[in-house]
Design a protein around this ligand. Structure first.
Ligand code: ATR
Length: 270
């Protein structure tokens, strides 16, 4: 029903997502629902891809108009793009590729998708200092976004050298994860970017005392309510969820793909 297979014809544009794994991606749902709602003749399919370079040739042959990029290709695709935005260059990662005349253009919707839910609290001065837990692929765009919007950041990570690499690019502080307690009561925002809460009900900062004044933001979206957010909620913190970031970055990507706004009242069950 979602894919409107009976409506596919010789004018149907093909979009998709490349990555490994991709089978649990929420992007096909976001985009196909959007296409359907605005009667846009297109389909969006997941492509399980190991060889990103080879996929660019296929995308050319299929006359694809754009595709999303996820783990592990967000950095490597930069090599195959004819044009990248300033943000992609500075973040060093691309999650959105669109066809422009003669070349593929790389964009990044992760950083602004992350920011949208907390933008008003940055602009009204409620968020001045942030702790970013984790220094994996996801934290590059997040740290860049916070720094670019004037927020002071400390990155905490199990492996100090990974935190140092991101801190150097973005001019911010970094520390070992085990020192988390030193930041109790010192920050306005705590962002959880590690994979710790993905498969187990555990927090990377187990035992951390939230004051209740911090805004807690977990970018993990499955489960919706992680241990990190459960602990923050118990202390009375305002919460933000991974599915907010996921949907916001998807809406921005939809605009880049189609030139149309994502339908206002449409909200897929992520
Ligand atoms: P990527 O996002 O690039 O795929 P990852 O290996 O999934 O990276 O790890 C993402 C983040 O989760 C990293 O900050 C990682 O810490 P290290 O840099 O020390 O590897 C963090 N992480 C994963 N498992 C963890 C654990 N058990 N305890 C603490 N941090 C963990």
């Amino acid at each position: 029903e979602l894919y409107q297979a009976d409506k596919v014809n010789d004018k149907t544009a093909i979009y998709g997502i490349i990555g490994n794994p991709v089978e649990h991606s929420a992007s096909p749902l976001i985009h196909n629902l959007g296409f359907k709602a605005i009667h846009y003749n297109a389909i969006y399919v997941p492509f399980l891809v190991d060889n990103a370079r080879a996929f660019f040739a296929l995308a050319e042959n299929l006359q694809m108009r754009g595709f999303s990029v996820t783990v592990p290709h967000k950095v490597e695709v930069l090599t195959y793009l004819g044009n990248i935005t300033r943000e992609v260059k500075q973040i060093g990662a691309c999650n959105t590729v669109v066809r422009t005349p003669g070349l593929w253009k790389g964009m990044n919707t992760d950083y602004y998708g992350f920011l949208i839910p907390i933008l008003s609290d940055i602009e009204n001065g409620r968020i001045k200092n942030a702790l970013v837990i984790g220094a994996g692929g996801a934290s590059y765009a997040i740290v860049w976004a916070l720094r670019n919007w004037g927020v002071k950041v400390t990155i905490l990570n199990r492996t100090l050298s990974h935190a140092e690499r991101i801190a150097k690019i973005n001019i911010c502080a970094f520390d070992k994860l085990e020192n988390a307690k030193n930041y109790e009561g010192q920050v306005d925002l705590i962002v959880q970017t590690t994979s710790v809460g993905l498969s187990t009900f555990e927090s990377p900062i187990e035992g951390f005392k939230f004051t209740g004044k911090e805004i807690a933001y977990d970018i993990v979206y499955k489960p919706h309510m992680t241990k990190f957010l459960t602990d923050a909620k118990a202390a009375g913190c305002k919460l933000h969820f991974g599915d907010e970031m996921l949907f916001e970055q998807g809406k921005l990507q939809f605009e880049a793909f189609t030139g149309y706004h994502y339908p206002k009242n449409l909200k897929p069950e992520l």
